[in-house]
Design a protein around this ligand. Structure first.
Ligand code: DGP
Length: 112
């Protein structure tokens, strides 16, 4: 698989890991848009939100269970934003499902 996030999940490309278990990996974004900018990915290759289904939604549930403690461990006591860009209109640039955790400053109210 020539997927950059699969390579990060396999430790073939280095990343600054925040959290890891059998199902997911959280690491710092290479181009942070906020003081805290963490990406959370499933280790299995799921291209985007559009490919979540009954066969892989257990992993998605595990990711969502882990997001609050990951945010808390990053010190995001005043809140954070969770984003997943899906497809070209949303400017998804890496074709491996990922969730951006953004925080550490007041974020703009209008995202569009
Ligand atoms: P998106 O536009 O939603 O597909 O976001 C992809 C994010 O992935 C973008 O914020 C930059 C980040 N990214 C791309 N390549 C790498 C990499 O090799 N390492 C890390 N840590 N982040 C990457």
């Amino acid at each position: 698989m020539d997927c950059i996030f699969c390579k990060i999940a396999r430790n073939e490309i280095p990343s600054k890991k925040i959290y890891e278990d059998d199902y997911m990996l959280a690491f710092n974004d290479i181009n942070p848009q906020a003081p805290v900018h963490i990406l959370v990915i499933p280790k299995q290759h799921i291209p985007s939100l559009d490919e979540i289904n009954t066969g892989n939604s257990d992993v998605i549930a595990k990711i969502f269970e882990c997001i609050p403690p990951i945010a808390a461990s990053a010190g995001l006591i005043n809140g954070y934003r969770l984003i997943s860009n899906c497809g070209s209109d949303a400017c998804q640039s890496v074709g491996h499902l990922h969730f951006h955790i953004l925080g550490g400053r007041q974020l703009p109210a209008n995202m569009a």
